[in-house]
Design a protein around this ligand. Sequence first.
Ligand code: 3PY
Ligand code: MG
Length: 258
Amino acid sequence: MNTSLKAQLVAGRPSFGSWLQLGSLPVAEIMAAAGFDWLAIDLEHSAIGIETACSLIQVVDLAGCAPLVRLSANDPVQTKRVMDGGACGVIVPAVQSAAEARQAVDAVKYPPEGHRGVGLWRAPGYGARFTEYQQEYREASIVIVMIEHREGVEHAAEIVAVPGVDGAFIGPYDLSASYGVAGELTHPSVINAMDRVVEAAGEADKVAGIHVIHPPVTQVRDRLAEGFRMVAYGGDMLFLEPKAREALISLRGFDDDA
Ligand code: 3PY
Ligand code: MG
């Protein structure tokens, strides 16, 4: 199990990740080889099923990058399956309360801390590393709760204080939508909500994270200055789509010149 990301988070060192939505193993391999600290396999906004998710976890992990899974929902069954597949942690969408955060932790941790079922699959080396994995997962499994709704912002302090929660991660699109300004990622109400989450995370000695979805990449420097420590930038689809469009615009320019 990848244990380096947890060490980075605990030490408060910045970590840089990105997002995988395409469900492509070669693309995941390319992204992991690029050197990101972690990659989030997105099961909320994609067509990726459990088999592909586990293959993506494997590719990312074997490339030495920490595989996280952004779950479809706060679902203990899906959590168990991706953790068994060797994910080092989960990113749980739209957590609104401490009770929901406790449910997320409960799904990741084995008894007595939680209720995750114990099984032999890839994470414990298909059974061969059962004892080692018990120790590794206890020290290094990661639970990141997304605060991406105004209700979550109101309860941010209680949510991040839940034992076993490593950090609070902002989804700016959902957050903006919840304040009635969908897509206005720099609207004052969104910025104010982000500040409140960073402050709550800091007070609880937990990590604040955010997905910087679009360029310019210099926004990442601003987020770091604001106190964010776990930053995702772009994603496989988000890198591909503008480049393809940009290339075609250049090609059309050649047509005009011809
Ligand atoms: C959002 O912007 O809502 C997200 O979940 C980004 O990952
Ligand atoms: Mg979201």
